[in-house]
Design a protein around this ligand. Sequence first.
Ligand SMILES: [Zn+2]
Length: 200
Amino acid sequence: MDTIERLTAIFQKFPGIGPRQAQRFVQFLLRGSSSTRRELIELLQSLGGSVKQCTQCMRFSSNSGKMCSMCSNLERNPKLLAIVAADADIAALERGGIYRGFYFVLGGTISLASEKTNGLRIKQLLESIPSRIKTGLEEIILAFPANPEGDATAIQVREKLMEILPPSLTVTSLGRGLSTGSELEYADTETIKNALESRR
Ligand SMILES: [Zn+2]
């Protein structure tokens, strides 16, 4: 395979990208400026080197400290913690523009076939709660996808939280402005806003 074919094959492995789109990406890079290609090379290299997992929210970030830029941002609201399934869901909630609390990335949802919570960071979540309470936590928002896996995950996480939370803390879920089956990641700004405002 030549360079163009190899690059096309790599783009084709990206989620949601078919052969035609992969070819268009390669054509775009071919026709684009050399500075775009250089920037891409640099960014790809630093993905391998400088990206780390944040010790607080567990998302991947290229911040130099132990914590990501969000968790170390003192202007965010410590009263709110949103628990999401994946890194991409954080970007979705941020797009809504009204949520300014903190996040925790659970690392997936429960598979309905097994009902197992393997691989999910439930233990780390529970362990992080006492220190978050000390810094003012009042509400935990379960922001999982509006599908059966998301619902099952919300039930389990809520149960586990209830065992350790003082009664003064509330646990809410996103309102169903989100259409059933939808992933947060693909929801538009207005839908995200409504889901946050109608949480209960
Ligand atoms: Zn973080």
